[in-house]
Design a protein around this ligand. Structure first.
Ligand SMILES: [Zn+2]
Length: 350
């Protein structure tokens, strides 16, 4: 008889449901099967439930983040063995295709964003990870396991898609629009540079408070006066890097209102509908607009900085649930303002 497991599934109705599923097995020699220890819910999972992400179809086990213990590995897996404690990367990479060799692992021809999207994900007791050597990291000492879950996706996303794509440099002024987990990850990792100012703009008063405690120099409530406030703060110049970490038309508009001459708008948000591009106001401002999907090429560096205490990701973990209470975790995360939730950690029985 096939051993079974519990899993959180994206149902036809657009709701998350808990189901019994057969435990995944190794399919090819480069696979690993992981027994999950911790997982979490991402804003992207909520987008999937709303139908914004067409590649993920009902029936899929959700989740692309977490930590676990290696249960079994295929014969070609070199870096990991059964019993190793690991962090799963949200991006699967073969490390050999044309895109992987260019560092664009998010577009890996044999991988990319698979988990909880086009193959079953990490909100389950067991998960099969393809290309294990390129898609797992060893757990480190010196940081909590919950904090290391932040390295599956949000910290590298904040750093790569916000800070690196946003061309942040020493002395930059940086504004982040959106105070969710990824926006706050941009806030944490932007401070690897010495900035002249670091402005958090979000609607949520609690998140503004958290941003202030994590190093924001200015906190501005998102609304009709936000652009004016940023311009007043910057002597009418605007900011060098604006990171869009919300994914709605109004926030992308604000980015265009406050970007400085020569500046960068780094889009991180997942957009479910089109936005306006105000080229009539921007054509002469020598700006750059970037879009990126995280490549998770900075994960090892971020883990080192977590281990040495330079990045304190524990601050992003606000709630803990056992896997049996997964549906409560979804309703808490889905109403994050009401519950003052940033990241909810799901704990599996060890
Ligand atoms: Zn590849």
């Amino acid at each position: 008889m096939t051993p079974m497991m519990r899993a959180l599934v994206f149902a036809e109705t657009g709701q998350p449901i808990l189901e019994e599923r057969p435990r995944p097995q190794l399919l090819v020699a480069t696979d690993a099967v992981i027994k999950m220890v911790k997982s979490t819910i991402c804003g992207t999972d909520l987008h999937i439930l709303k139908g914004d992400i067409v590649t993920c179809t009902p029936g899929r086990i959700l989740g692309h983040e977490g930590t676990g213990v290696v249960h079994s590995v295929g014969t070609h897996v070199r870096t990991f063995k059964a019993g190793d404690r690991v962090i799963l990367s949200g991006i699967t990479s073969c490390m050999a295709c044309e895109f992987c060799r260019k560092g664009l692992t998010s577009h890996c021809l044999n991988g990319g964003w698979l988990l909880g999207n086009t193959i079953d994900g990490t909100q389950a007791e067991y998960v099969r990870v393809p290309h294990a050597d390129g898609s797992l990291h060893h757990l480190i000492s010196g940081a909590s396991e919950a904090a290391q879950v932040m390295c599956s996706d949000i910290l590298p996303t904040g750093f790569e898609c916000g800070v690196l794509s946003g061309r942040v440099k020493p002395g930059s002024s940086v504004a982040i629009i959106g105070g969710g987990p990824v926006g706050l990850s941009v806030l944490l990792t932007a401070q690897l540079y010495s900035l002249s100012s670091l402005i958090m703009i979000t609607r949520d008063a609690n998140r503004l408070k958290i941003a202030a405690s994590l190093g924001a120099t200015h906190c501005i409530a998102f609304g009709p006066n936000a652009a004016e406030e940023v311009m007043a703060l910057t002597g009418g110049r605007g900011v060098d890097t604006v990171v869009e970490a919300a994914g709605v038309p109004g926030t992308f508009d604000l980015c265009q209102d406050i970007v400085a001459v020569g500046g960068t708008i780094a889009n991180v948000g997942v957009h479910g509908c089109k936005v306006d591009l105000h080229l009539d106001k921007l054509w002469h401002k020598n700006i750059v607009i970037t879009t990126s999907l995280v490549d998770t090429v900075s994960t090892d560096m971020l883990l080192k900085l977590m281990s040495s205490g330079k990045i304190k990701a524990d601050a992003l973990v606000t709630h803990n649930f056992s896997f049996a209470d997964m549906l409560d975790a979804y309703s808490t995360f889905g109403a994050s303002t009401e519950h003052k939730a940033i990241k909810v950690i799901i704990n599996f029985q060890e």
